[in-house]
Design a protein around this ligand. Structure first.
Ligand code: 13P
Length: 245
């Protein structure tokens, strides 16, 4: 499976950053890995006007869970699709922990994203206390099982394992620890789906991934790519990580 390298700009990013991405990706036209760029919704439209499929794919960050009414705040999947996105990050720890988003709500968003033809990147991950209490796998497996409607799968999806304590901290689990969690996620997906689907769902690692550790993390069994925050805010850094993949 090709590695998937996704940049999550979160609420950062600018037209300048977007232009530097477009200029870099138009030169390298990455084809050894899948590149996904996830800017804010306003920049999504800005980038889409200048985007080519050879550069990779666009992704959105989050959406409202219901598209039947006018809703304030978050964009709807329809709006996101109209701005060229193919992927959508859902259940990021910022949403789960800072906005009290439950896995049940994430599941509604995943279903809605599938209805609109988007590929959800479903984020899961433990807090430092969970890890210290040996609860990592229980937390991660529970979030996966509850965030995705496995009885009614309607499209492809991606899992991003992002330990909450690793995000933006400069600290990452050991390669063995990443491997253990990813192996267990793989087993869980095969149990909840089947060998083909569970075996081919991309499993990304996220949390302080950068140029120093990208190659080592990508070499871990059952790691199929990276979800990158801070290091995606500079195209040279992000470009080097694409090269690693
Ligand atoms: P950092 O790479 O900045 O730690 O962020 C990871 C992340 O949250 C990506 O979704």
């Amino acid at each position: 499976m090709k590695n998937l390298i996704a940049g999550n700009w979160k609420l950062k990013g600018s037209p300048n950053l977007a232009d530097s991405y477009i200029s870099h990706l138009s030169r390298i036209k990455p084809d050894n890995c899948i590149v996904v760029v996830c800017p804010t919704h306003d920049l999504l439209g800005y980038i889409y006007d200048k985007w080519s499929n050879e550069f990779g794919h666009l992704g959105a960050q989050d959406c409202f869970h219901d598209d039947t009414n006018y809703n304030d705040g978050l964009g709807t999947p329809d709006e996101i699709v109209s701005r060229g996105a193919k992927y959508i990050i859902l259940g990021h720890s910022d949403r789960r922990n800072k906005c009290h988003e439950t896995s049940e709500l994430v599941r509604k968003k995943v279903n809605l994203a599938w209805n609109k033809g988007l590929i959800p990147i479903v984020c899961v991950g433990e807090e430092s206390g969970d890890r210290k209490g040996n609860l990592t796998q229980i937390v991660v497996n529970g979030q996966i099982a509850d965030s995705i409607d496995f009885d009614n799968l309607r499209g492809p999806f991606v899992i991003a394992y992002e330990p909450v304590w690793a995000i933006g901290s400069g600290n990452i689990p050991t390669m063995e620890e990443i491997g253990e969690v990813h192996d267990e996620i793989r087993k869980l997906l095969i149990t909840l789906t089947d060998e083909t689907r569970g075996g081919n769902t991309p499993l990304l690692y996220g949390g302080s991934a950068d140029v120093q550790n990208a190659s080592s993390i990508l070499a871990v069994e059952n790691v199929n790519g990276l979800l990158i925050g801070g290091a995606s805010l500079n195209i040279q850094t992000f470009g080097t990580i694409i090269d690693c993949a």
